[in-house]
Design a protein around this ligand. Structure first.
Ligand code: GLN
Length: 396
């Protein structure tokens, strides 16, 4: 037994996988299923995708769009992506040389990082951060430099950000609207970051999957549209959140032609391509009228109000999100030693799954008194969770 274990530790595992664990977010979904808990952990909708989008996928399969698409994406989807960015942001993209369709934003991020980062290069990350970026950094051998987003408004100290950049910086990872904080980076903040990218000759790799989920008049500004950033931004996005199809795994990466060439090589050998019939449906989804996106933001506004009210009643201190569909909360009022034991209590005694805050920090200390709830759920799910959370005080 001992020899098998030591063989496991020393011989059968690559060093690049040694320093990260499986995703805590996805583990929480498995725990929720095991305990029959209401799942406000992993961020996926429990409501239906738009009918027209589902219909387009069914028709694509019936029309025998069932073989590989072109490895970097079907022409129909790449053209729809270009048309959407032109319509929403006035951004001109060449579907032939600047768009790579991939298996979700998750593949988009790792393919992009593998394409541009050499082992030992530094990357700048705002903390708290979406947990995938840690393993992404490990897999490509990057050295992360963390910059704190400070409660309660998740602002950053420009001097700390400047100090995180160096001649070794290859890229900054920017997720706006932000998971888990709900921060939407302002144009002034983006311009400051853009200035540093230019001064230090670094790239911006931007995860923009919550671009249409915005509150209180917040606006999304893609970094790629900021002066001087067209050639040094890699924009990653996907259908998942905007069209409520997280299980489809259809995403895209936008970048200048030379960067795209490298990203496409990595993408091709990692996955060959995203599901062909779902790409076909994506072409229809991305052509939906503006009213679809307005409805999406309005619906999410209602869900945000419901969860914030429920959390306040149950005794949480919430950081109000301006975008995305998560609420970070402060749990120090409940008297638990750490976020993990509180998350376990929530699942086992209260029947609600959430994500321990420490999974968004490089060291667990940062998130020790924080828990993240997602609210991409039906009102009835949010109401049920609200009732369950009301039992916390009696179970303490
Ligand atoms: N973005 C989702 C979250 O933070 C999870 C995405 C995933 O599990 N791939 O909960």
């Amino acid at each position: 037994m001992g020899s098998i274990l030591s063989a496991r530790n020393t011989r059968f595992h690559s060093r690049r996988t040694a320093n990260f664990t499986e995703s805590v977010i996805r583990e929480m979904t498995r725990q929720a299923l095991r305990h029959g808990a209401t799942n406000l952990a992993q961020g996926f909708p429990d409501f239906a995708a738009p009918d027209a989008v589902k219909q387009a996928a069914v028709e694509a399969i019936r029309a025998d769009i069932n073989q590989y698409a072109i490895t970097w994406g079907s022409q129909a989807l790449r053209c729809a992506i270009a048309a959407k960015y032109q319509r929403h942001y006035g951004l001109e993209l060449d579907p032939e040389g600047e768009i790579t369709v991939c298996c979700g934003a998750t593949e988009g991020m790792i393919a992009s990082m593998l394409a541009v980062v050499d082992p030992g290069d530094e990357i700048v990350l705002f903390e708290p951060f979406y947990e995938n970026y840690g393993p992404d950094a490990q897999l490509c051998g990057a050295i992360p430099r963390y910059v704190t987003l400070r409660q309660p408004d998740w602002s950053f100290d420009p001097d700390q950000l400047r100090r995180a950049f160096s001649p070794r910086t290859k890229a900054i990872i920017l997720n706006s609207p932000n998971n888990p904080t709900g921060k939407v980076f302002s144009r002034a903040e983006l311009e400051f970051i853009a200035g540093l990218c230019q001064e230090f000759d670094a790239l911006a790799i931007t995860d923009e999957i919550y671009e249409h989920i915005l509150y209180d008049g917040a606006a999304h500004c893609p970094m790629i549209t900021i002066d001087g950033m067209r050639e040094r931004t890699i924009l990653v996005n996907s259908m998942s959140k905007t069209y409520a199809v997280t299980g489809w795994r259809v995403g895209w990466v936008l970048a200048g032609p030379e960067l795209t060439e490298s990203i496409r090589k990595v993408h091709d050998f990692l996955t060959v391509g995203a599901a062909a019939p779902l790409q076909q449906a994506g072409a229809l989804a991305l052509s939906l009228p503006d009213s679809y996106y307005e409805g999406l933001a309005a619906d999410y506004s209602g869900r945000r109000a419901a969860i914030l009210t429920a959390l306040a009643k149950a005794g949480f201190r919430s950081f109000h999100p301006r975008g995305a569909y998560y609420v970070m909360t402060d749990i120090s009022g409940f008297g638990f030693d750490d976020d993990i034991s509180f998350a376990r209590f929530l699942i086992e005694k209260i029947g609600v799954a959430a994500v321990p805050g420490s999974s968004f920090y490089a060291t667990p200390e940062g998130g020790r008194q924080q828990i993240r709830f997602c609210f991409c759920k039906k009102h009835e799910t949010l109401d049920l969770a609200g009732q369950q959370l009301m039992n916390i005080s009696s179970q303490l």
